[in-house]
Design a protein around this ligand. Structure first.
Ligand SMILES: Nc1ncnc2c1ncn2[C@@H]1O[C@H](COP(=O)(O)OP(=O)(O)O)[C@@H](O)[C@H]1O
Ligand SMILES: [Mg+2]
Length: 466
């Protein structure tokens, strides 16, 4: 099926899906990712049928609409269908459908939700875009879209540099290597590259670490009987991503022989499914990602040198969140808005200055993903309050020892617990028992400090006297 996504009367995304069913939503696990506060994590599903489509709402907060009617599940017997998930309009058609002339229905009300620009409230009526291809290009070059690709938040110079690299590489066919700690947005960057690439095919992500022996067949596909358990032919991800993009996540976990085969795919675009005699071709663009130190992976032999040279041609390193603290308030605002709505608060939950400053100064080992999870947990636990205070933050207790590089320990303790206890006592002493300051110095929340004081049964008066 062919899919167009419209926002403010502009096509922001178009693609062809060969799968029978696609998921639309805000989280990166969807086939079409729409990063917008009104969109739920998994919002809707569109399934192609013989006669037309089945449109399902996946329990979204703001609903899925067909012709202004809110639906939970609806069967459409037509080769084309318009689904509105505000503020976007999704137009799906059977792939063979003529698509170079596209009718756009009235968007007035939906667009008004997005922002209050008058020029886009079309009201009733239809508009024709005679050449959709052109509009895709136009949409991709408006400044806002350029800056965030509609999906990425962050305005620090480090992130602008990342956007710049994405833009530069998107329209080429060369492989890309994405580096960054877990949760920094590697998959999001890969998707942005795919979306800006104008490739008509699918974006497919494959995690090399979780598949074990099945990785090779997942990648190349197999014929019935190729190995025990291969009951029928199976298309591999390289074939599914034909015309599109294939993300190989945690590429350091890929066995050497698979790397060698993949290298061949990248060089002459051909591969052979397991148990098949016939060579197949694919033009899938390969993006590799890892959260590990790539030089170490090469040095210790986890990544073959020839394969490494092929994938590292263009690399994008996403800086950890702690190195772009200025982006944290932007992300926090975004998540407070979307999560408040998702959880069902009447108004967007606010955050105190103190709490924001804890978030800004936290070390965020799990980066944006961890920040999002922390805020979600915080909101879920927030009782009858409209604003998050420092004491409300549901931070995970991080080992104090990880967050305090400057501290040296006198009598080398024999275990982590003793070390933590000693660090805590030392800081409590040095701050004269000011627990807020202690938390600040240790880069953890006040709540964490309390938890540790309880855990180690520390008597503050005792500490200050000693
Ligand atoms: N710059 C960003 N703006 C908005 N959301 C982000 C950003 N970076 C990461 N995220 C979100 O954080 C989560 C983790 O991102 P992901 O791309 O899966 O990270 P990685 O693959 O590096 O572990 C996702 O929910 C993603 O949408
Ligand atoms: Mg990932």
């Amino acid at each position: 099926m062919k899919i167009f996504v419209y926002q403010n009367n502009n096509v922001i995304y178009e693609t062809i899906f060969s799968g029978k069913s696609i998921l639309i939503g805000r989280s990166t696990q969807n086939d079409i990712v729409l990063k917008h506060e009104y969109i739920s994590k998994i919002h809707a599903r569109i399934t192609e049928t013989e006669e037309g489509f089945i449109i399902e709402d996946m329990g979204s907060t703001n609903g899925t609409y067909i012709k202004d009617r809110k639906i939970s599940s609806s069967e459409i017997n037509s080769s084309k269908c318009e689904v509105s998930i505000k503020p976007f309009l999704i137009v799906v058609s059977k792939e063979e459908e003529e698509t170079d002339t596209l009718e756009i229905p009235a968007l007035g009300e939906e667009v008004a939700l997005e922002n209050s620009e008058k020029s886009i409230s079309l009201g009733v009526g239809k508009r024709l875009f005679p050449n959709v291809q052109k509009i895709v290009r136009k949409a991709a070059s408006t400044t806002d879209f350029n800056l965030h690709f509609g999906f990425m938040i962050g305005e620090t110079d480090q992130m602008k540099r990342v956007y710049e690299l994405i833009k530069r590489v998107a329209t080429q066919d060369s492989p890309v290597l994405i580096l960054g700690e877990t949760g920094t947005g590697k998959e999001l960057v890969a998707r942005s590259i795919h979306m800006l690439s104008k490739r008509p095919g699918l974006f497919v992500a494959l995690n090399c670490a979780t598949l074990g022996e099945l990785l090779e067949s997942e990648l190349f596909g197999h014929m019935k009987g190729a190995f025990t358990g291969a009951y029928k032919d199976k298309k591999g991800k390289l074939a599914i991503a034909k015309g599109g993009t294939l993300l190989l996540d945690e590429v350091g976990e890929m066995p050497h022989d698979v790397q060698a085969k993949l290298l061949r795919v990248m060089q002459d675009r051909s591969f052979t499914p397991l148990g098949s005699e016939k060579e197949e071709r694919t033009d899938a663009r390969i993006i590799a990602a890892t959260n590990q130190d790539i030089t170490r992976l090469v040095n210790e032999g986890s990544i073959r040198l020839d394969f490494y040279h092929r994938i590292k041609v263009f690399d994008i390193a996403i800086p950890p969140l702690r190195e772009r603290k200025k982006d944290i308030p932007l992300l926090v605002d975004y998540y407070l808005k979307t999560l408040s709505q998702k959880i069902g608060f009447e108004e967007t939950i606010q955050i105190s200055k103190d709490a924001m400053s804890v978030l800004i100064n936290h070390s965020w080992q799990g980066n944006v993903r961890q920040l999002e999870n922390t805020l979600e947990k915080t909101l879920l636990l927030l009782e009858n309050k409209k604003s998050i205070g420092e004491e409300d933050l549901a931070m995970e207790d991080e080992a104090l020892i990880n967050t305090q590089p400057g501290i040296t320990i006198k009598n080398t303790p024999t275990n982590l617990q003793d070390a933590e206890k000693e660090i805590l006592i030392k800081v409590i002493k040095s701050t004269g028992g000011d627990l807020k300051e202690t938390a600040k110095q240790l880069n953890v929340t006040l709540r964490t400090v309390y938890n540790y004081i309880k855990k180690y049964d520390i008597d503050i008066r005792e500490v200050l006297r000693s």
